[in-house]
Design a protein around this ligand. Sequence first.
Ligand code: FAD
Ligand code: NAP
Length: 282
Amino acid sequence: MTEMTPVTQEKTKAVPALPDAQTVTDVKHYTDRLFSFRCTRPASLRFRSGEFVMIGLMGDPHPETGKQKPLLRAYSIASPSWDEEMEFYSIKVPDGPLTSKLQHIKVGDEVILRPKPVGTLVHDALLPGQRLWFFATGTGFAPFASLLREPQTYEDYDEVIITHTCREVGELTYGRDLIESLKQDELLNDVIGDGFWKKIKYYPTTTREESPKMGRITDLMKSGEAFADLGVEPLNAETDRAMICGNLAFNLELKEMFEGYGLEEGANSKPAHYVVEKAFLD
Ligand SMILES: Cc1cc2nc3c(=O)[nH]c(=O)nc-3n(C[C@H](O)[C@H](O)[C@H](O)COP(=O)(O)OP(=O)(O)OC[C@H]3O[C@@H](n4cnc5c(N)ncnc54)[C@H](O)[C@@H]3O)c2cc1C
Ligand SMILES: NC(=O)c1ccc[n+]([C@@H]2O[C@H](COP(=O)([O-])OP(=O)(O)OC[C@H]3O[C@@H](n4cnc5c(N)ncnc54)[C@H](OP(=O)(O)O)[C@@H]3O)[C@@H](O)[C@H]2O)c1
């Protein structure tokens, strides 16, 4: 008699081809230099909104041994800590070792995600305050995409101001769409409170393509134009807290300005008035 497989028997689970593999569930391209993707979340991964992890793909086989090593880079987690999936917002560097490949991922592909979150752009590194500022250039928006969807952001602050400076208008799309989506997000409006998004003031600027607000945010703050547009006073240590994520020159320029306003840099171990993280090494 032929043995039949019991109908209740589970199908064999697919064995991941990569270590720490997660499966891509969504990919969106914004410009020829920017895309975002979502993937499954490791069951054991806990992180704080604003942190980053190492992600990547397997590198090319070694020409002699044929061995492959993981090619990993730091990436801010763009999704909030409560999300059941992970989201990332990425540059496409034409000859970049990782992103020249990563930009071609499709739904169902696997990426490597090392489940060791770290970072300074976390609520724990700031003292209590009334107004929270997020300052981003380019993909530096990513950690703020996480924090803008984090209930604690609105529980802890009366007002949230996000500035995003990019070269071109198309580079603002990911951030603009995300902020717009908060208005329709029934879950967040239920959890945080209806109309929580009214606490957000969004200040996008471009530097190399015409848009309603042109210029580097640093220059717009120095001239006072940004504060006049937003209807707020310049930052001060009593009421304002800030997080910075951009290119190195931007981070350094803002740090110098903040010290001038009397703000002190904080860390996980010593909360203060502002925190900084590089959006990329250079
Ligand atoms: C803490 C931290 C968090 C990061 N988070 C993100 C993120 O959320 N999204 C993201 O796209 N990248 C992020 N990066 C940069 C990322 O680690 C890689 O550098 C990037 O993915 C490019 O990898 P690559 O191997 O293709 O090129 P690399 O060899 O790593 O970089 C090549 C060159 O491209 C430029 N470059 C690299 N990354 C960027 C960028 N994001 N924006 C503009 N120019 C860049 C730099 O000039 C760099 O020297 C982060 C870096 C750090 C240190
Ligand atoms: N974005 C593009 O279209 C593009 C195209 C080809 C290649 N690249 C290369 O990709 C890399 C990253 O480009 P990116 O545009 O993502 O990032 P980026 O060069 O860091 O610029 C992002 C934004 O930050 C602004 N900025 C730079 N320094 C600043 C400072 N000190 N204070 C305030 N604002 C500051 C830039 O203004 P400014 O414009 O005034 O510098 C720009 O609006 C660069 O090496 C670039 O050569 C970019």
